[in-house]
Design a protein around this ligand. Structure first.
Ligand code: HEM
Ligand code: NAG
Ligand code: NAG
Length: 507
């Protein structure tokens, strides 16, 4: 017995108890407040007595308002998690214009160098559910909401410069095929790879996911790519086309498979903790916002490929130009209120930014709003973190589930009306999105360039190792079809993966 006690004591001293801003937030709260912040009350404001709060045994429960409220609230407090990108974290900061961009885009928040706009940012993994590891091998989300004077502008991007399909029909299958088996409720390595092997354009993205360039050391080292080619206009009504990107000031840094596994097993919330700490400790992470810019002539010359989400636009032909810089300097005070309830939508654009002409974009505009009505309720844009607080909203929409805010008071609730209700404005010109003709995706050329030219030999070796490890238990039907697709990217890739799996490539 004595031996056991000594062992415990020995284990205890091994822990580092020096101040840690992420772990010790609650200690800061105590120090900041130095006494109880007030009398406990019911939800309707009645003070709760010591007896009501602590002694429920042998009393009629239904008469104890405090008990009834607390039990009802805890059993109903869960809301649906995001259907994709459920695991994530967020923070707040400011965007500052550093370069004149007015010849390209008339958006008010880009109107002059030095102009500042408040922002909210959320980082996430795609496939993992809310409780999964930050460090899973996955595509990662990078969403930015700009609270501009003209309403909110959302850039809802990822950490990889292209997406894995362009036909929005693939969304449902990419979610269901790459998740839990409907019978065993276990993640299914066969269906995951089957879906990708039958969608060859996905491999341009997944070669990157399985490469060294995938799992960030820290969210402050992660790039963001808005993917779609946005049509924007300047004050003369001239259109340009932009691929927006975020480049981390702290540099682009990633983890190897081994490093990620080790960190993840010690702390599945590794990236969440890291971001919280950086901001709490005043080590504010920053990014530059840049864009590859094409004019109408460029677009006609380059063809519809520049709107293909599965492809990059050549950085050599269209080098990114800097627009501004943003830093994150505030953690959420309440995660659920300020991060879980964040609602981004690629359709949230502002004057001067028209959106993107491709079908993937069109589908997203639809899907995010529907998802958020389901997840947060019909008035999700009135939740403070989503509310365009730099402007006044006058919508004619009324009522519905809370929050309703002032519900637009006593103003007329129908349009047109003769009683001074809000009126649409008359812009000088009303540009519209160009029409594009989309064809089936074919991006083997870019995957080949990525594999054969961009990657070093070391990177190729680690890529193949990561693929082989993931494919180790996958059934042959899927491996054979995947090897065929790898062969179209590069015979060497096919050869090496086959070798790693002990398979012959002459089928
Ligand atoms: C057909 C194509 C797509 C559909 C239908 C779709 C749908 C969705 C839905 C329903 C959500 C959850 C929204 C919520 O509950 O708040 C979501 C989240 C997200 N999607 Fe997509 N998505 C598509 C393609 C893309 C693409 C191309 C990107 C990257 C450019 C992307 C990046 C994200 C990100 C970053 C989030 C998380 C946003 C957050 O942090 O709250 N998605 N998507
Ligand atoms: C904390 O306690 C000190 C000393 O009693 C007092 O002066 C101070 O106002 C208190 N602070 C708060 C936030 O209550
Ligand atoms: C479009 O940009 C190209 C350079 O990418 C330039 O040579 C051309 O003059 C521009 N065309 C117009 C109409 O501005």
């Amino acid at each position: 017995m004595l031996f056991f006690v000594l062992m415990l004591a020995a284990a205890a001293v091994a822990y580092d108890r020096s101040y840690d801003s992420a772990r010790d937030h609650i200690l800061d709260f105590k120090e900041r407040t130095n006494e109880s912040i007030g009398v406990l009350t019911t939800e309707t404001g009645a003070p709760v007595s010591y007896k009501e709060a602590s002694i429920t045994l042998n009393k009629p429960l239904i008469l104890n308002a405090h008990f009834m409220e607390s039990i009802n609230h805890i059993v109903t407090k869960n809301i649906p998690e995001r259907i994709v990108h459920a695991k994530g974290t967020g923070a707040f900061g400011t965007f500052t214009v550093t370069h004149d961009f007015t010849d390209v885009c008339m958006a008010d928040f880009l109107s002059e160098v030095g102009k500042q706009t408040k922002i909210a940012v959320r980082f996430s993994t795609t496939t993992g559910e809310k409780g999964t590891s930050d460090l899973n091998r996955d595509i990662r989300g990078f969403s930015v909401k700009f609270y501009t004077n003209d309403g909110n502008f959302d850039l809802v991007g990822i950490n990889i410069p292209m997406f894995f399909y362009k036909d929005p029909h693939n969304f449902r299958s990419s979610v269901q095929g790459r998740r839990r088996n409907p019978s065993s409720n276990l993640m299914d390595i066969h269906t995951s790879w089957d879906f990708l092997s039958l969608l060859p354009e996905s491999l341009n993205t997944f070669l990157t996911v399985f490469s060294d360039r995938s799992i960030p050391v820290s969210y402050s080292n992660m790039r963001g790519h808005a993917i779609h080619t946005y049509q924007v206009v300047n004050k003369y009504g001239e259109s340009s086309f932009c691929r927006f990107n975020c480049e981390p000031t702290a540099g682009f840094k990633t983890l190897t498979a081994q490093e990620a596994k080790k960190l993840s097993s010690a702390d599945p919330d590794y990236l969440t903790r890291d971001l919280y700490r950086l901001i709490a400790d005043g080590d504010y992470p920053c990014w530059t916002l840049n864009a590859q810019v094409l004019n109408m002539t460029d677009v006609h010359k380059m063809g519809p490929d520049v709107f293909d989400a599965t492809k990059q636009i050549s950085q050599k032909l269209f080098p990114p130009v800097p627009i501004g810089k943003f830093c994150l300097n505030r953690n959420a005070k309440n995660f659920f209120a300020e991060v879980e309830q964040m609602a981004f939508c690629p359709g949230n654009v502002v004057k001067g930014i028209l959106g993107a002409p491709d079908k993937l974009y069109e589908a997203r505009v639809l899907a995010y709003r529907a998802a958020q009505v389901h997840r947060l309720g019909g008035n999700f844009n009135k939740i403070p973190v989503n509310c365009p607080f730099q402007t006044r909203t006058l919508t004619y929409n009324r009522d519905g589930v809370s929050p309703v805010g002032d519900n637009e008071g006593d103003a007329p609730n129908y349009y047109p009306n003769s009683f001074n209700g809000p009126e649409p404005y008359s812009p000088e010109f009303e540009p519209s999105l160009i029409q594009i003709e989309e064809t089936k995706a074919d991006n083997f050329e870019q995957s080949r360039e990525l594999y054969a030219e961009d990657m070093t030999e070391d990177e190729r070796v680690r890529l193949v190792n990561n693929l082989v490890e993931s494919l180790a238990e996958v059934t042959d039907i899927v491996r054979v079809s995947l090897l065929k697709t790898f062969g179209k990217i590069h015979p060497d890739l096919r050869q090496r993966v086959a070798q790693g799996l002990n398979m012959t490539t002459c089928d």
